[in-house]
Design a protein around this ligand. Structure first.
Ligand code: MCA
Ligand code: AMP
Length: 471
């Protein structure tokens, strides 16, 4: 079966099957424009896409998928260090951009391909091998630059079908969200899901309460920061009361936000859990209990287990015992590109993926995510940020002797990036924030910089991040 089943035939003939801000395309227009991209990228090793929230991005991604060429979404605000890493590491031969979009990747950068949503190329595209890589999605680890997770066509299809089953997702839905198009949430669920299941898609450009309220959808996706901002805007929240499902994921949805949203909209939100590497593995259901603070049960085909600190000893699912969550099933990625060591660490000997998340599973199979095993992975506004990458960027500044980065609790973002810096010369927090934003993606810059004389360390010299958080 085709990965983008509905796009290839099952959709109705709405003039606005896809709408992003004020730009709408019908199914045929999207397929025709993507066909023109597919013809130009066919045979390339990989195509990078400057992933602004635009129809050009969707046309480029679909074009790569039709041609069976791995697609590498690039965060549009990534500074030269992060962007250069993604382009080099992925080996993308082409970079798809919108007309008029400036890029400066130097002579060694990929060839530019300007996407024109008005172009049309009719044609039939034979479905590539389901084992082929569909997407290379860059995701942060605790240290070092982001790693490229290889996601196959069959993993995407398995996950989207499992979610359709759990959420009763159908062509009758109008999906609404305004999430970035370079991560699983906004791109895989938010775009490819609509194109597989045939629901109309309204992308609001940014995920604002007003944008969601005006969109009149049936199925809404958001990260907890988005839901928390909607819950704080009663008029916007009430406007969602006619929807069928409100779905939260990418970070924990605080119970008070769950409750306030339920009160204002009359809809208890669905919460689901996943990772770039595993796609969405656990969720509450459209026809089941939606329990505040719980992410529900494994979706169809996925198995989960809890293990002890040794990474091996099985722990009971008694609703109390806390352990590391491991997952297995058809939605898992095929490994990180060019990272044999990370790949060796990612799986257990018996083929389970180590999530690094700490969870409790009840006798009824409901999962609660309690935290992360490492303090060095920060979730801010639903974005995963590796403390090590931000620390390395800070240390590149000539006036920084050392730096330690933590995720401090934040009512809006879940966690906020806070940097403790030992200066080596005169420098201000604002200068360091701007320095990080110039090199990495904007959301990775510290919200707060604390200049200190020394960092608390243990006997081995390791920075005591828990102590920093207490401060
Ligand atoms: C941001 N600003 C700053 C700083 N950070 N200014 C100074 N110093 C800083 N450190 C600026 C921004 O550029 C923006 O400016 C303004 O402040 C507001 O920023 P912010 O509070 O960040 O709000 P926002 O820009 O509206 O972002 C919140 C957000 C965003 C929209 C919720 O975090 C977001 O899109 N999150 C989605 C992440 C996501 O999709 N994750 C999925 C990962 P200006 O207004 O001028 O631009 S996939 C995943 O996790 C798995 C698979 C899963 O389960 O889904
Ligand atoms: P990413 O690497 O951006 O795909 O982020 C994956 C991580 O997001 C997971 O390992 C979890 O830590 C976190 N996450 C995703 N969904 C949830 C959720 N519903 N509750 C708690 N944490 C979540």
């Amino acid at each position: 079966m085709d990965l983008l089943t509905a796009l290839q035939g099952g959709y109705g003939d709405a003039a606005d099957a896809l709408r992003i801000d004020d730009h709408a395309l019908s199914r045929e227009q999207l397929l025709g424009a993507a066909g023109a991209v597919a013809r130009r990228v066919a045979g390339a090793s990989a195509v990078a896409v400057s992933a602004r929230p635009t129809v050009e991005t969707v046309v480029a991604v679909v074009g790569g998928l039709l041609a069976g060429v791995p697609v590498v979404p690039v965060p549009p605000d990534a500074g030269p260090v992060e962007r250069g890493h993604i382009l080099r590491d992925s080996g993308a031969e082409l970079l798809a951009v919108a007309a008029g979009e400036e890029t400066d990747d130097g002579a060694a950068g990929p060839e530019r391909l300007v996407v024109d949503p008005a172009e049309r190329l009719a044609g039939s595209w034979p479905e590539p091998d389901p084992k082929r890589t569909a997407l290379v999605l860059y995701t942060s680890g605790t240290t070092g630059p982001p790693k490229g997770a290889l996601l196959s066509r069959r993993a995407l299809a398995a996950d989207l079908d499992a979610l359709a089953e759990a959420w009763a997702w159908s062509p009758d839905d109008t999906l609404v969200h305004g999430l970035p198009l370079f991560h699983v949430h906004g791109l895989v669920l938010g775009v490819l899901g609509a194109l597989r299941h045939g629901s109309r898609l309204v992308h609001t450009g940014r995920p604002t309460p007003a944008g969601y309220a005006a969109a009149a959808g049936s199925l809404y996706f958001g990260v907890p920061t988005v839901w928390s901002r909607i819950a704080a805007d009663p008029a916007a929240a009430r406007a969602l009361g006619g929807a069928r499902l409100l779905v939260s994921g990418s970070a924990p949805l605080p119970v008070p936000v769950f409750e306030r949203l339920t009160d204002l909209t009359g809809l208890a939100p669905i919460e689901r859990y996943g990772m770039t590497e595993s796609l969405i593995t656990v969720s509450t259901r459209a026809d089941g209990e939606r329990r505040p603070g719980s992410v529900g049960q494994p979706v169809a085909g996925v198995r989960t287990r809890l293990v002890g600190e040794d990474g091996r000893t099985p722990l009971p699912c008694d609703g109390e015992t806390v352990g590391e969550l491991q997952v297995a099933g058809p939605t898992l990625f095929d490994g990180y590109l060019n990272r044999p060591e990370a790949n060796a660490e990612a799986w257990t000997a018996d083929g389970w993926f180590r999530t690094g998340d700490v969870a409790v599973i009840g006798p009824d199979g409901f999962h609660r995510i309690v935290g992360r095993a490492s303090v060095d992975l920060i979730k801010s506004g639903g974005f995963k940020i590796g403390a090590g990458e931000v620390e390395a960027a800070l240390r590149d500044h000539p006036a920084v002797a050392d730096a330690a980065v933590v995720g401090a609790p934040d009512p809006d973002l879940g966690q906020a990036v806070v940097a403790f810096v030992i200066p080596a010369g005169p420098v201000t927090g604002d200068q360091l924030t701007a320095f990080v934003a110039e090199r990495l993606s904007v959301h990775k810059r510290p919200r707060r910089v604390v200049l200190v004389e020394e960092l608390p360390r243990n006997a081995l010299g390791k920075v005591l991040k828990k102590r920093l958080l207490e401060e």
